[in-house]
Design a protein around this ligand. Structure first.
Ligand SMILES: Cc1cc2nc3c(=O)[nH]c(=O)nc-3n(C[C@H](O)[C@H](O)[C@H](O)COP(=O)(O)O)c2cc1C
Length: 330
């Protein structure tokens, strides 16, 4: 058994594409609005980052109700990109986060390349933005409604449109969909287009049928599946992309509920993680998972999350670098 280190010896800080975060645990877009709802439960300045609900250029009311349904080990949602639009977001939501000392990772979503470009230009120069996350799981109104994220070249164009208008020191993260045959091909295309890192993954498309009506439960028909049901899927995506592109920073997201779940993502190749669905029943989760991760690292003799990133790719015989506590033998 590996000797443990003291939890106080663990420094949870991580660096992603030149930006530092105090812990590797962030909120996931769409699961904590713009952070204000979490304030009664945790200090937004002490979690890794608040990743805001994807913001569009214009206000939007979202899709038809009902828009959420519980499913085995997860949930389906068809919220759509409901939100106040970029003007209201920049005027009220972002300043609140900045004033609270939170790292604001601003998620943007567009229906066309022009919209992505304009959102990038506006958010990129807003004070206090730690990074931009480009949600490309949106239908492209200029291309038969095909989802940007499902086609490597369209995904790359959306990311390039954002990257062009954003100052070099603001990281641009591309958030990919798992609903593709070859996620490495999409990852490769968006990194070529200028993405500084990848958020893996968005929800996967699912369906639930109402036992009474025998019709889809959700007003929008299909919805995005999230929660522990998708954790192995998300983990597999992280694993595949890290194997193909080991130097590209990855933020793992999908079904994380505990510190050990987060550790799994680090071992598969993620440098940080986001927690989404779990916050609906435990709003303190982004802080709790960080503290649990500290314990999971300490008990295995690690003093920083970076020491674990990608270790699952090494052969079972390969030694794992970790500091040896005084007086202990590995
Ligand atoms: C209600 C809800 C709304 C979401 N809205 C967004 C969104 O606006 N933008 C986005 O990129 N992802 C959105 N997501 C996806 C999450 O950010 C995350 O990628 C996904 O839920 C998997 O993580 P989880 O299992 O921890 O929830 C949403 C998820 C849920 C459950």
């Amino acid at each position: 058994m590996t000797p443990a280190v003291d939890e106080a010896a663990v420094d949870l800080g991580v660096e992603i594409a030149g930006t530092t975060f105090p812990t590797p645990v962030m909120t996931a877009s769409g699961c904590a609005a713009a952070g204000r709802e979490l304030a009664p439960f945790l200090d937004v300045a002490r979690i890794g980052a608040v990743v805001t609900k994807s913001v569009l250029l214009d206000p939007r009311s979202g899709r038809a109700t009902p828009r959420m349904v519980e499913t085995p080990s997860g949930m389906l949602n068809s919220i759509g990109l409901q939100g106040p639009g970029i003007d209201a977001f920049l005027a009220t939501d972002l300043p609140w986060l900045v004033q609270r000392g939170a790292r604001a990772v601003v998620s943007i979503a567009g229906g066309s390349l022009g919209e992505y470009a304009e959102l990038g230009r506006r958010v990129g120069v807003a004070p206090g933005v730690a990074a931009i996350e480009v949600n490309i799981s949106c239908p492209n109104v200029e291309d038969r409604g095909l989802v940007f994220a499902c086609d490597p070249s369209q995904a790359a164009r959306a990311v390039a449109a954002v990257r062009r208008g954003v100052p070099r020191d603001v990281p641009v993260l591309a958030k990919l969909s798992p609903d593709v045959t070859d996620i490495v091909a999409v990852a490769d295309a968006v990194v070529e287009a200028g993405a500084s890192g990848l958020s893996l993954v968005n929800t996967t498309l699912g369906l639930a049928i109402d036992p009474e009506t025998l019709r889809p439960v959700l007003g929008g028909g299909t919805g995005g599946l999230s929660g522990p049901a998708i954790r192995p899927l998300a983990l597999r995506c992280v694993w595949q992309v890290h194997a193909a592109m080991p130097t590209v920073p990855i933020i793992g997201v999908g079904g994380i509920r505990t510190g050990f779940d987060a550790l799994e993502f680090l071992a598969a190749g993620a440098s940080a993680v986001q927690v989404g669905t779990v916050t609906f029943h435990d709003p303190s989760a982004p802080a709790r998972v960080g503290e649990e991760l500290r314990g999971e690292l300490a008990v295995r003799g690690f003093t920083s999350p970076g020491q674990v990133v990608g270790v699952a790719h090494r052969s079972a015989q390969a030694p794992i670098d970790r500091p040896v506590p005084q007086g202990a033998t590995l």
